[in-house]
Design a protein around this ligand. Structure first.
Ligand code: 0WD
Ligand code: CA
Length: 378
């Protein structure tokens, strides 16, 4: 029935050929079975030293060294050394995917999955995927992800939003100290050698990092991503990464049911998303009192975190997180069609709105460095 004035209805073909122009994020749209997620396997690792220089080895890996469990509780002063023994990373330096690209370049010839595996993969930081997983439940902070296709591979690199930049530059002193305290906790819990002891007298240098490079797949999206790992547990049942890795976190001591509920709804979601992606099985939390001392520790198993909100109407659902992430990756794959390292699609999201996209060429958004593009073209 092609009556006059019904032209939109009669010719839907244009809608089928064009990629969608936005992606909704409402949790209700992503309820459903948990999608396929390949058990993450470690492809390799790299380290960043005190000068933030790249090394293609595990020199920055530290060893989990919890305090003895002889009935005494810990008493870690997280403010000790602040600010005299704090060497914070220069956050003005936008590193984008550079260190990960360095690893990919070095290993491109001997990646598992066969020749052509990389061409079908998505390459990004674990932290970017974490933000995608938590998007359906996030009510505070938006994000921007830049995407380019090069030799088939889709690269995703975060762009600091103007609001995030303002927040960073006007970060109140208490928040800066709180950031330090998170790293100080790692120093109380880690040794430089297996079976070694901790040394809280040293400096806290946040340039130093150990990063694991992982392979996984979400639905039909092969993934190559890297994430910073706090330490390895030499006593873990298996010494095979990523199963032997431990994530360390600090959080405020909780004293009321309301505080606990809020912790399960907000923090555990972020902890789950971050550790589930690389297959890190345990998160060890240090609870700090108002004076900044950690007096209790608790190990949360990543695979059990959802139990704390399973029966909570306002809780989170891992299927929603993963289904949304898969939908975003499909959206990005369908949007970034042209293979061109200088062409960038910027995906932008603010809470309460759908994900939108804009197209850019070259500076300031192009993020695949010339050294990478040229070396890969050889
Ligand atoms: O330039 C950027 N926009 C970013 C760079 C954003 C996020 C991370 N990075 C860098 C990190 O420095 C790290 O070397 O990428 C690398 C891997 O990051 P990731 O594992 O993908 O990031 P994420 O999961 O967000 O963070 C893991 C840890 C954090 O631990 P906690 O427990 O706080 O989540 O990486 C550290 C931090 O210890 N970290 C950073 N260290 C220095 N500068 C930063 C940062 N901007 N962000 C996270
Ligand atoms: Ca950590």
């Amino acid at each position: 029935k092609r009556g006059a004035g019904k032209i939109e209805e009669a010719e839907p073909w244009n809608k089928l050929l064009l990629p969608a122009s936005s992606l909704p994020t409402d949790p209700a749209l992503y309820v459903g079975p948990f999608p396929f997620y390949r058990r993450p396997s470690e492809l390799g690792c790299f380290s960043l030293d005190a000068q933030r220089q790249y090394h293609g080895d595990a020199r920055a890996l530290r060893y989990y060294c919890p305090p003895p469990t002889n009935g005494q509780s810990p008493n870690f002063d997280l403010r000790d050394g602040y600010p005299d023994r704090y060497r914070p990373r220069d956050e003005e330096v936008q590193e984008r995917l550079d260190h990960l690209l360095c690893w990919v370049l070095e290993h491109r010839g001997r990646l598992e999955g066969g020749p052509g595996w990389l061409a079908g993969a998505i390459v990004t930081w674990r932290g970017h995927l974490t933000k995608l997983l938590t998007t359906p439940y996030e009510r505070q902070e938006g994000w921007q992800l830049a995407a380019s296709r090069f030799q088939g591979t889709l690269y995703l690199s975060e762009v600091e939003t103007p609001a995030a930049r303002v927040q960073r530059l006007t970060r109140p002193p208490v928040l800066q100290e709180l950031m330090y305290m998170g790293y100080k906790f790692e120093q109380y819990m880690c040794a430089d050698k297996p079976g070694g002891s901790t040394d809280p007298s040293g400096e806290v240098n946040t340039n130093v990092a150990f990063c694991s490079v992982l392979r996984s797949r979400l639905g039909n999206h092969p993934l190559l991503f890297s994430g910073e790992v706090d330490c390895i547990d030499p006593q873990a049942p298996t010494t095979q990464p990523p199963t032997c890795y431990v994530e360390l976190k600090t959080s405020k001591e909780m004293h009321s049911p309301g505080q606990r509920k809020s912790f399960y709804r907000r923090k555990l979601l972020k902890w789950w998303a971050q550790s589930f992606l690389p297959g890190v099985p345990n998160v060890v939390a240090g609870f700090r009192n108002p004076e900044g001392f950690v007096c209790s520790l608790k190990t949360f198993r990543t695979m059990e975190m959802f139990e704390y909100v399973r029966n909570d109407r306002d809780g989170w659902n891992p299927s929603v997180c993963m289904n949304f992430c898969a939908a975003f990756l499909s959206f990005a794959q369908n949007t970034v069609v042209q293979d061109d390292p200088r062409l960038v699609y910027l995906f932008s999201w603010e809470p309460g709105s759908p994900v939108t996209v804009s197209e850019h060429r070259d500076a300031p958004h192009a993020f695949l460095p010339t050294w990478y593009v040229e070396a890969m073209t050889q």
